[in-house]
Every structure is written in structure tokens, then in C-alpha cells.
Design a protein. Structure first.
Lengths: 366, 393
């Protein structure tokens, strides 16, 4: 899908496989190509192979099969310290026996950069993360957020073209995390660095990335920009994993171009867009976002199928209303509406009819 | 209160088996009541006698001495006094024993004057040195044992060095320190790589290695030391193997037992687990991400080790070194068995004074000095490395 002209690829995985024990493949047939300057996030549940991919790129794991290319060069046989890749670790990995300035100076020292140059670069990197006054502190004297900034500065101080981040914000509280998300993307774009970011937090992935690769079971399930990933999931795993999602199970009755009719297990019929289904009779899981469900009949097509729903619960969340409904045997069907002046507050027990635009309801794999 | 009750048995045990013996040792190293208790009148009378002069004490002192001795002989305490004074002046023990019978017959009230009679009974009573020794050691709290422990003695002229042929203890102290340092050093060199492997290898392999480390640890100390005796002797396994391999000629078999080399080899082996375990537990806590971070920043394997890994493993080295050094300066059995005469430690000397020469005061003084040295080292270590940096687990 991303045939972004192969010669422009800066980082490339070609049919990469990885197995630790020679039997079970942790990474199965990974293909990925990134242009320079892209911010790509590898998102997936734990054990999906995303961290293994990162470690292979950094050189701490070797690919069992396939080739990893960096700037057109195969790097499988290049040791980690010669790859020139900056890295930010989950627990920051700041050296506890060195001061902050010494930590930042370390990558420059091993590159045999002169003392005055080193000091200038360290200072610039510290200023970049607004930690200019902290050079003489020890990592243990800093808060989590400050350590995070130092780790970031240390990964950037030797001006690598590629930076890898392994769940760098996992240990921070929510507010700090949101702030750092913004700072990291700002820096990455300002400096024009190519970034591979690993996380299991989908909000992080959606807000920060140019593109997101959703991992599951050792494969990339979908590789797309955040909006596309959210609105047009290609399979039911991605639909479930990204954002909130309602699913209904049924069988395809008929397909007609961009629409199909699905018979749900309780016999009712709905309109959907065929994504992963090709012929009538196939089992399917249809997926629909809570905010795309409509219960104001005036806004639906006149011939649109509707479903009977019973309100089970009303949750007031400030900016949105959230209803839990029972729809076609699914008791956890969620509907969200914006808290607008004309918004209807349905009461538990009320029976209504709901519907949606055909393109918002995607018939995916079963 | 309940916590106190819970630890009460331990507290009592520690008090009885640790605090009290140490306190009694400290006390014994300066305690010297025997002279003034056995010869109260003599000590009082000697007060006016000038020990630096060349005049023998006068008749009054001899009379006081006879009065004291008659009482002491009655209580059979004069031989103990003899042994005590014998530590300071050889011959005193036999003098007191031999003169005892004759002195018993004297009646202090009627048989005077005594000066010439006493000199008749034993020449020693006519020598200035005898009276000088009694006078200098009549104090109840003495530094005499400590002076002896550092190869000096208490005399009427103050503290002076022992005659050269009796100076062995300082040499022994220095040897103990020096050999303990070598043992600690060789333990560090041998333990570091194995601890590193234990901490970095996969669990299954490292558990196996750990058992190999602990296996000797679980074997009796005596068995291991005796095994070294078998290994190291001139007709032993090591020499036989070297001769068989042709590395050493049959006539030039290595002498590696009953000397310092023997002690160092055997003790390094025996104390090795005490170095490995603390090192291992520290290294285990060094996350792999540190080395990875260093490598990602461009550091070679060696730089990563030397600049990142090694500094963080120092607390382990420190903890192991303190443990091994302190254990080894007080070690007794192994030097005794494989050390011969050249490879023994100060503790062997202490044991000798406790069980053979029965000079408990000197043994206590030696022990106190050893305790002091350990405490000073501990303090110095705390100043330099910081005791909070020592991790045992």
C-alpha cells in the first residue's frame, strides 16, 4: 500500500522474520518502508512484536530472516554502536553515576568530539528540552518528566537521523504525558528527524504520528495515517483496537457495489459498506463508531434500515452524552452524542430506533 | 513492646554469645589485678623504692613480701602470680614455684630479717630486675598486654621495644593484612567474570553455574582445607600433574604448601563465594538497557563496560571486598592447616596464647587490636565509598 517510491525509503524492513526459539515466529513477514522525516508509530498490544521490531532496527536483536535497510544500506551485520541511531528507553536508562551533562556528553565523547564542541552541543541540547539549568544534577535528583526530557536530549545530542523510542512516556502521569507528546512531536518535526515510536497507548499513537502501524500477532494489521486508521479500519482487530467501537455479528445477504446488506443473528437487516467481505453468505463482523450512530430519524436516508434499541444506561460526561443500549442482542452497544442545546437525553428503558450512514458501518472479517 | 518480646531470644543469645565475650575480652586486655591482689603489702612498700636506682629494696620490702607470700602460698595463688610475671620475665614462674616450699616455713613475725634468707632461697630475689618487674606490673589496669602485642614491653623506664628475637607480632599483623589484601584482590579478579556471567546468562544456565558456585560453599570448611592439603603438597595432585606434563622437573617440584602461597590459594578458594554472591546481586540489578543505551550512543563494547557497567558494579566489589577482607584477617583454620610457619596469621597466634601459653591478657590485646583494625577499615570504607553503596541483595 505504501509504495512511496522505494528509492526514497529511509528505513525499510523487507520480509523480516524473527524467532527466539527457532519455532515460534514473534515477527512474521514484516514489510515496512519509511521516508525520511516521518514520525511512525508502532502500536499494538504487548507481545505483538512491535518492540522486537524496534530492537532489530536498533541492532540488539538480529532478524532470523529478511533484510533491514537504513538509508539504502543493509544493516543486519552492523553492530548497534555503528548504526548511529538515537534511542529513548522506557525507563530512560540515564546513567545513574553521571551527572546530566555527563550523560549528554557521553555519546559525543565516544565520537571523539573535542571538549569545547561537546560543551556547546550539550548546552544546546539541554536548552532544547528547557533543562539548561540542570546540567550538574544527578538523574536521581530529577522528576520523571525531567528525566524523560534528559533522555530525549541525550538521544538527540549527537544529531542522529533516526531516533527510536520505546514507550518513552509509559511511566509518566496523564497530564505530563500529554505535554511530552506535544514536545516530542514538535522536536521531531523541527529537527526533521525520522522517528520510530513504540507504544501500546492508542491516543498517543493517534495524536503524535504521521502514520501508525498497528501490530498484532507478529504482523502489521494496518499501516495508515491516524484519521484513516480510525475511520477506515481494514479489519476487525484494528477497528476494535483503535478507539471505541460497536460490533454486531451477522451474515452477508447481498452485495451491491459500495453497499451490502447484512442479516444480523437476530434476523434484522442493516446497511453496511463491504470491506473484508466478497460474496453473500459470508460471516461478518460489522463495526460502527459510537459517535456515528444516529437516532434522529430526520438525519437518515428515508430507505435506510433501522434497528430497534432499548436504552439501558445514560452516562453524563460533560461534553458528550453516552448511552448504553441493547441492540440486536448486544447489551453493550454504545452511542455518543455531543452535548448540544438540542441534544436529547434519553432515559433508561426508552425504546428508540437507531440507524447510520452506510459508509460509517463497515462489514469486516468475522 | 511486642516486637521486643519477639526478638528477646535473639537478643539474649547475642548478649550472651557476642556482647559479653567481647566486653570481657576488652576488659581482660587491660586487667591486671593479680599482682596487687596477691602482694598487697609488697606493692605498697615498693612504692617508696626507686626502681631506676641500683639499690636492692630494703628489709621492710622483703618482710612485706614474705608476709604476702605466706598468705598467697596458703591460698595456692603464688604459682599463678609466677606465671603472670613469667610473661614479662622468663624464669619468674619457676622462681615462684621453687621458692614456695622454703617460704612457707618462714614465720613473718619471728624469723626476720629476711633479705639475706630470701636471696639464699633463690638468687632471683637478689636481682634488681625481679623487683623492677614486680613494681612495673603492680598497676591494676595495665597497658602491658597492648605493648606486648606490638612487640614492646612495659619496664621501669617506660615502654621499650622487645629484644629483637622476640619481635614477631607486628610482623605477623603486617603479614596478615598483606596476605588478606592479596586474597581479597585475587577473589575480585576471579569472582568478577563469573558474577558477570551469572548475572547476564539466561536463567537456566546461570542457575546451574550458581549451584557450582555454592557446592563448595556447602562443603565442610575442614574438608575443603584438607583437600587443598592433598592438592598442594609436593607429592600432591598439582605437582604430580605438572611433572607428568613435563612443565616442572621431578627434582624441582613446587613448594606450594606450608607457606604463604598455600594459604593464599586455599583461602582465595574458600572465600570466593563471599565475593561472588554480593557482586552477583549487585550486577543483577544493573538493567540491560544501560548497556544498550550506551551502545546506541556509539560506545564500543569495551567503552560500554568500562564507563557504564563497571562503575555501577563497584558497590558489589566493595561489599564483597569488605566481607572477604574482614573474614580473612580473622581466619584461623585454613592458615593453621596449610600455612606451615610462614603462612600463619595473627589469629593463629591468638589461638596459641589462648590454648597453649595461656597468656589470655595478650590474646585479648591482640584480639582487641584486630577488632580495632576492622572498625577503622570499616570507617575508612564508609568515608571513601559510603556504606549505603554496599548492597548485599
Amino acid at each position: 500500500m505504501t509504495d512511496l517510491s522505494n528509492d526514497a525509503a529511509f528505513v525499510e524492513f523487507q520480509r523480516v522474520q524473527k524467532s527466539y526459539d527457532g519455532e515460534i515466529l514473534v515477527v512474521k513477514d514484516l514489510n515496512l518502508s519509511m521516508p525520511k522525516g516521518e514520525f511512525l508509530t508502532m502500536l499494538g498490544p504487548s507481545g505483538s512484536g512491535k518492540t522486537t521490531c524496534l530492537m532489530m532496527l536498533a541492532g540488539f536483536e538480529t532478524a532470523t530472516h529478511g533484510e533491514i535497510m537504513l538509508d539504502g544500506q543493509p544493516i543486519n551485520n552492523i553492530p548497534p554502536h555503528k548504526r548511529g541511531i538515537g534511542m529513548v528507553f522506557q525507563n530512560y536508562a540515564l546513567f545513574p553515576h553521571m551527572t546530566v551533562a555527563e550523560n549528554l556528553s557521553f555519546p559525543l565523547e565516544v565520537r571523539k568530539i573535542g571538549k569545547s564542541d561537546r560543551e556547546a552541543k550539550v548546552k544546546r541540547a539541554l536548552d532544547m528540552v528547557q533543562m539548561g539549568d540542570f546540567g550538574n544534577r544527578r538523574p536521581a535528583q530529577l522528576s520523571g518528566g525531567q528525566q524523560q526530557r534528559i533522555a530525549l536530549a541525550r538521544a538527540l545530542v549527537f544529531e542522529p537521523e533516526l531516533v527510536l523510542m520505546d514507550e518513552p512516556l509509559g511511566a509518566l502521569d496523564k497530564q505530563l504525558r500529554e505535554h511530552m507528546q506535544f514536545e516530542i512531536t514538535r522536536l521531531a518535526h523541527e529537527l526533521g528527524i525520522t522517528t520510530v515510536y513504540v507504544t501500546h497507548d492508542q491516543t498517543e499513537a493517534l495524536t503524535m504520528s504521521d502514520r501508525v502501524a498497528v501490530f498484532d500477532d507478529g504482523r502489521i494489521q494496518q499501516l495508515a495515517p491516524p484519521d484513516q486508521l480510525y475511520e477506515e479500519p481494514e479489519n476487525s482487530f484494528v477497528a476494535q483496537f483503535i478507539g471505541e467501537n460497536n460490533t454486531l455479528e451477522g451474515t452477508v445477504k447481498s452485495i451491491n457495489g459500495n453497499t451490502c446488506i447484512v442479516t444480523l443473528d437476530d434476523g434484522s437487516e442493516i446497511d453496511a459498506m463491504p470491506v473484508n467481505v466478497s460474496r453473500p453468505g459470508e460471516r461478518t463482523t460489522v463495526s460502527i463508531r459510537p459517535e456515528r450512530v444516529e437516532f434522529n430519524k430526520d438525519r437518515l436516508h428515508s430507505d435506510a434500515h433501522t434497528l430497534k434499541a432499548q436504552v439501558k444506561e445514560f452516562i453524563y460526561m460533560g461534553d458528550v452524552f453516552r448511552f448504553r443500549m441493547s441492540v440486536a442482542g448486544n447489551d453493550d452497544f454504545i452511542v455518543k452524542t455531543r452535548n448540544a442545546p438540542d441534544a436529547v437525553r434519553l432515559k433508561p428503558g426508552e425504546e428508540i430506533e437507531i440507524g447510520w450512514l452506510t459508509q460509517d458501518c463497515r462489514a469486516l472479517d468475522a | 513492646m511486642r516486637a521486643l518480646m519477639l526478638i528477646a531470644p535473639l537478643l539474649v543469645f547475642v548478649l550472651l554469645s557476642f556482647v559479653i565475650p567481647i566486653a570481657s575480652m576488652l576488659f581482660r586486655s587491660v586487667e591486671n589485678g593479680i599482682v596487687s591482689e596477691t602482694l598487697p603489702l609488697t606493692v605498697e612498700a615498693l612504692d617508696g623504692w626507686d626502681a631506676d636506682g641500683d639499690q636492692l629494696p630494703d628489709e621492710a620490702i622483703y618482710e612485706a613480701f614474705v608476709r604476702d607470700m605466706v598468705v598467697a602460698i596458703e591460698a595456692k595463688k603464688h604459682t599463678r602470680l609466677g606465671s603472670r610475671l613469667n610473661y614479662e620475665e622468663t624464669g619468674m614462674s619457676s622462681m615462684f614455684r621453687k621458692s614456695g616450699r622454703a617460704l612457707k616455713k618462714l614465720n613473718p613475725d619471728t624469723d626476720g630479717p629476711f633479705k639475706d634468707q630470701l636471696i639464699d632461697i633463690h638468687d632471683g630475689f637478689g636481682e634488681l630486675q625481679t623487683w623492677r618487674v614486680i613494681k612495673t606490673h603492680s598497676v591494676e589496669v595495665t597497658n602491658g598486654y597492648f605493648l606486648n602485642a606490638i612487640d614492646m614491653q612495659r619496664t621501669h623506664e617506660g615502654a621499650v621495644s622487645q629484644p629483637e628475637d622476640k619481635q614477631i607480632l607486628v610482623k605477623l599483623f603486617i603479614r596478615t593484612m598483606f596476605m588478606s589484601l592479596i586474597i581479597t584482590g585475587s577473589c575480585i579478579l576471579l569472582a568478577y567474570p563469573i558474577s558477570y556471567l551469572l548475572a547476564t546468562l539466561p536463567m537456566r544456565v546461570s542457575n546451574l553455574l550458581m549451584i557450582l558456585v555454592l557446592l563448595p560453599f556447602w562443603t565442610s570448611l575442614l574438608v575443603r582445607t584438607s583437600a587443598w592439603k592433598v592438592m598442594l603438597q609436593q607429592q600432591g595432585v598439582i605437582n604430580d600433574t605438572l611433572v607428568w606434563l613435563g612443565l616442572v622437573s621431578d627434582s624441582a617440584r613446587l613448594i606450594i604448601i606450608n607457606n604463604q602461597i598455600g594459604t593464599i590459594i586455599a583461602m582465595t578458594h574458600i572465600l570466593l563465594p563471599f565475593m561472588i554472591l554480593p557482586m552477583y546481586s549487585v550486577m543483577q540489578t544493573i538493567p540491560v538497557t544501560y548497556t544498550r543505551a550506551a551502545k546506541s550512543m556509539g560506545a564500543t563494547n569495551w567503552t560500554t563496560f568500562w564507563r557504564i557497567y563497571f562503575p555501577q558494579s563497584i558497590p558489589g566489589i566493595g561489599a564483597g571486598s569488605i566481607l572477604v577482607f574482614i573474614l580473612s584477617i580473622g581466619y584461623y583454620i585454613t592458615p593453621e592447616i596449610v600455612g606451615g610457619t610462614k603462612g600463619v596469621f595473627i589469629s593463629n597466634r591468638i589461638a596459641y596464647h589462648i590454648s597453649s601459653s595461656l597468656n589470655w591478657g595478650l590474646a585479648a590485646a591482640l584480639g582487641t587490636i584486630l577488632l580495632g583494625v576492622v572498625l577503622i577499615l570499616y570507617w575508612a570504607y564508609d568515608k571513601i565509598v559510603g556504606i549505603d553503596n554496599v548492597k548485599l541483595g
